[in-house]
Design a protein around this ligand. Structure first.
Ligand code: P6P
Length: 337
C-alpha cells in the first residue's frame, strides 16, 4: 500500500532526500498542479458552466478551439507567470512563446504544455487532460527566445499530465521514476496513490485509430495484422484493442496496466511526420513512459533523442510496453522506412 503523502511532501522529499529537484522546480510543479486543480473544476462543470462547445476561433494548428482549450490555456499562463520560476512558456494554443512580463522576476525554467488534450472528447464527457513539460533555459542566453525551447526531450527536468476522468489524477516524473497523485476534493489536495509506476514489458493490448489503416506504412500494417491474427497467427496470442482518442487517457491506461499506443505517420499528409506534437505531447509522455520502464520511438529513433527544429513540429509516436515497441521499431528498421 503506497504511503498516503501529499504532493508537497513528495516534492520536498525529492528535493531534500534525493537532491533531484531544486526549490525553483519544486515551486513550479506545485503551481502547475494547482492550475490543473482549477482546470478540473471548469472541466467538471460541463453543461452547468459556460465551458462546452467551440470558441469560434482556430489555434496555430488550424484546429477549431473549444472554450475549455482557451480557459485551460489562460489558467496555466496566469498561474505561472508571476511565480519567479519561469523565463517563458509555450502552448499548443499559442503560435509563439509567452515571455514572462518584466513586472515579474524571470526564472531559469521553460514550461511547455498542451492545456487540454483530447478536446474532441469534452462535449461527450470522455476523459481529457493537461500535458506539461519542463526544460531549463540554456545557461548564458541573454533573454529568452523560441530557440531556447528547441532541446531534445532527454533534457527535460520534469514532465507530467493531469487526467480529468472518473478520478482527477496528476502523473509526474522528475527523473526518479513515475508517481501518481489523486485529487482529494474534500481537502483540495493531491494525495500520492502510486509510486514507482512500472509498465509491463509485454502486453496483449494495442491502441491505434484503425480507421486510418489504409494510410499506414507497411511496418505498422504488418504489426497490426499480426495482432489481429491472434492465437492462430505468428504472435500466438489474442490481442485486445482500445482507442479513446485522448492521448492522456490512453497513456494513463498504459502506465496503469501496460499496452502499446501508436499514432504513426500516414500517407494523407506525407510531409508531416505524424499528427502528435513533439515538444508538448510526445516528449513529456515519452519521459514518463521511459521512467516507468517502457519505450518510446518515432518508429525508428528514440523520441527523447530527436532534435526539434520547430516549436510545433509533429512526430510519429509508438510508445508503451518495451518488447512491443522494440518489435514495431525493428519492423521499421527492417523495411528501412
Ligand atoms: P484521432 C487529440 O486530439 C489527439 O491530439 C490525441 O490526444 C489523440 O491521441 C489523437 O489526437 C486522436 O486522434 O485522429 O483518432 O481523432
Amino acid at each position: 500500500m503506497t504511503k498516503r503523502i501529499s504532493l508537497t511532501q513528495y516534492l520536498i522529499e525529492q528535493q531534500r532526500l534525493h537532491g533531484h529537484i531544486p526549490s525553483q522546480l519544486r515551486l513550479l510543479i506545485e503551481v502547475v498542479a494547482r492550475a490543473c486543480k482549477r482546470i478540473s473544476i471548469s472541466v467538471n462543470k460541463g453543461a452547468l458552466g459556460d465551458v462546452l462547445g467551440t470558441a469560434g476561433s482556430e489555434n496555430v494548428q488550424g484546429e477549431v478551439q473549444k472554450k475549455l482549450d482557451i480557459i485551460a490555456n489562460e489558467v496555466l499562463i496566469e498561474a505561472n507567470e508571476w511565480g519567479g520560476a519561469l523565463a517563458a512558456m509555450a502552448s499548443e494554443e499559442m503560435e509563439g512563446i509567452y515571455v514572462v512580463p518584466n513586472r515579474y522576476p524571470q526564472g531559469e525554467y521553460l514550461l511547455l504544455f498542451d492545456p487540454l488534450d483530447g478536446s474532441s472528447n469534452i462535449d461527450v464527457n470522455v476523459s481529457i487532460g493537461t500535458i506539461f513539460s519542463v526544460l531549463k533555459k540554456p545557461d548564458g542566453s541573454a533573454g529568452v527566445s523560441e530557440d531556447d525551447f528547441l532541446q531534445p526531450g532527454s533534457q527535460q527536468a520534469a514532465a507530467g499530465y493531469c487526467v480529468y476522468g472518473p478520478q482527477t489524477t496528476l502523473v509526474l516524473t522528475v527523473g526518479d521514476g513515475v508517481a501518481m497523485f489523486t485529487l482529494d476534493r474534500e481537502q483540495g489536495s493531491w494525495v500520492l496513490t502510486a509510486d514507482d509506476v512500472q509498465i509491463p514489458a509485454d502486453t496483449k493490448e494495442f491502441a491505434i485509430n484503425m480507421s486510418n489503416m489504409r494510410h499506414w506504412a507497411p511496418p505498422v500494417k504488418h504489426y497490426i495484422d499480426e495482432c489481429l491474427a491472434g492465437k492462430t497467427g505468428p504472435r500466438g496470442k489474442d490481442f485486445n484493442m482500445r482507442w479513446i482518442a485522448s492521448m492522456v487517457a490512453d497513456v494513463h491506461r498504459i502506465l496503469t496496466r501496460g499496452g502499446v499506443f501508436m499514432y504513426p505517420w500516414d500517407q494523407r499528409e506525407p510531409e508531416k511526420a505524424g499528427k502528435l506534437r513533439l515538444m508538448y505531447e510526445a516528449n513529456p509522455m515519452s519521459f514518463l513512459v521511459e521512467q516507468a520502464g517502457g519505450a518510446s520511438t518515432n518508429g525508428r529513433q528514440r523520441i527523447l533523442d530527436l532534435q526539434p527544429t520547430k516549436l510545433h513540429e509533429r512526430v510519429s509516436v509508438v510508445l508503451g510496453s518495451k518488447n512491443e515497441v522494440d518489435r514495431i521499431t525493428q519492423y521499421h528498421l527492417d523495411a528501412k522506412t
